[in-house]
Design a protein around this ligand. Sequence first.
Ligand code: ATP
Length: 255
Amino acid sequence: MLNIQNLKCYHGRIQAIKGVDLFIGKGELVTLVGANGSGKSTLVQAVCGLLNEWKGEIRFENELLAGLKPSSIVKRGISMVPEGRMIFSTLSVLDNLKLGAYTRYRKKRMAEAVENDLQMVLDLFPVLKDRASQPAGTLSGGEQQMLAIGRALMARPKLLVLDEPSVGLAPLLVRKILSTLEQLRNQGLTILLIEQNAHAALEIADRGYVIETGRVVLEGAASDLLNDEELKKVYLGKDYCESYPKNFIPLRCCN
Ligand code: ATP
């Protein structure tokens, strides 16, 4: 579904991605894990049309994405849950969700489908139903993350891209968010999950890529990566992890 080849991304003179190949098949949950500054967000920005300076090839359903505006990319079926959630804090929860369907709302005949999707999102995250008329900025961090995911789902994506959804959340909420992603994958949604919390992400993913200073250094089935001795030592912090809560292991915790 998504095919990235020899991707090189730049922030001015800084090259953040140095020739990455990455593939996501339909219905897969793929995770891209790496430490701070390794280039995860940059890659996502390139996929979603938010970065101007990049070379290489990004294809979605075989179509090249180069030069497309973010709104055109959303229309083609890629929805992003940005790092830091970026909800519209003064708007109500309901309006935030409806804005997620903006590209579809303008077509009158879509109105009913949008209402159905709204119901689906509220069923997925019942807490949002209770808070529907509340300003989104008054939600807790976990609720805001659920809202950001719900808003992305309102665009009815084929590929959902999440940039570090677990950041700043308590372990229980991380588990809730990740089990919701598993549920969505089981319903057929394709997912690219960017995470620093490598262990938690690999536990729910089908495949994973490990990125370090702009290069993929390891890739494979998530179960293999979880058991990879080098990865355990360097990225999952093997010794430290034994005494650390399972779902809350920062990358490079042994450094
Ligand atoms: P984090 O987990 O901290 O979000 P990341 O893996 O997502 O990190 P990026 O944010 O993609 O990493 O950053 C990759 C590199 O590009 C870093 O060296 C960063 O300093 C640099 N970078 C990112 N955004 C910009 C920018 N707007 N201008 C200049 N350099 C940037």
